[in-house]
Ligand binder design. Structure first.
Ligand code: IPE
Ligand code: IPE
Ligand code: MG
Length: 239
């Protein structure tokens, strides 16, 4: 494992649960359940190696288009995990934020999500961000809506809107910029996950299906991150 300090903010598109289940002749639900085990491992590991923020794509706004059965199952799993993990997160000093349009979730899920975030608000270890019914375009549109409100109600001047101000209205405003974005399962696309936030993130795609993703796989991604020359548009040396 690398001795360098880890990326401050890692974001992961946790993909491949269905294909994992299919390859084992199991129902898709087993893939999602095994996916939760990978989440546990990766959260614990990120806390241990000192990552500041870990943002996980659990459920996209487009995933709502899946069958009623699968959406119901994913909601149920979200509920179960909120119930079973909050205490463990507390003991591990992990702070939680859930981003996305939560209005689609049942009142029970919404109130558990609120309780969990509240219970963990005084923790100061890893910031765990779960994106649920989240879309990158939704996030940008929400920010635009809030800024428009500031213009019409609070007298914000349109000429004062710049990228720093805009950033302050996005869902991840309070966290360091995303350093490393990982997507598992061999798909090479963003699928409407973070858009604003990945302007200068390093991207890492691997074939491993999410239920098989573990600490070692994460270390490979981090090693790859450390091998990158992050120039941010500038020129280094004489090259
Ligand atoms: C990722 O696994 C989990 C969610 C999108 C909720 P998938 O369910 O997309 O699995 P594949 O891509 O079909 O293998
Ligand atoms: C993206 O995966 C969403 C999550 C991992 C939560 P999908 O499986 O939904 O993405 P597509 O359909 O392959 O683009
Ligand atoms: Mg998928």
């Amino acid at each position: 494992m690398s001795e360098k300090s880890p990326p401050k903010h890692i974001a992961i598109i946790m993909d491949g649960n269905g294909r994992w289940a299919k390859s084992k002749h199991l129902p898709r639900s087993s893939g999602h359940q095994r996916g939760v085990q990978s989440v546990r491992k990766i959260v614990k590991h990120c806390a241990k190696i000192g990552v500041n923020t870990l943002t996980l794509f659990a459920f996209s706004s487009e995933n709502m288009k899946r069958s009623e059965e699968e959406v119901g199952l994913l909601f149920k799993l979200f509920l179960t995990v909120l119930k079973s993990e909050t205490k463990k997160l507390k003991d591990n000093n992990i702070k939680l934020k859930i981003i996305g349009d939560l209005s689609v979730f049942t009142p029970e899920i919404q109130s558990l999500a609120e309780d969990a975030q509240e219970q963990l608000q005084n923790n100061n270890g890893l910031n765990l961000v779960i994106a649920a019914n989240y879309g990158g375009q939704w996030d940008i549109a929400e920010a635009a809506k809030k800024i428009a409100e500031k213009v019409s109600v609070d007298g914000l001047k349109p000429q004062d809107i710049d990228s720093d101000l805009f950033h302050n209205y996005t869902a991840l405003a309070e966290y360091p910029r995303v350093d490393l974005l990982i997507r598992t399962s061999g798909e090479v696309r963003i699928s409407n996950f973070l858009l604003w936030d990945i302007a200068y993130s390093e991207l890492y795609f691997c074939d491993t299906l999410w239920p098989d993703f573990d600490e070692e796989e994460l270390s490979l991604a981090i090693d790859s991150f450390h091998s990158r020359d992050r120039r941010f548009g500038e020129r280094n040396g004489n090259t």
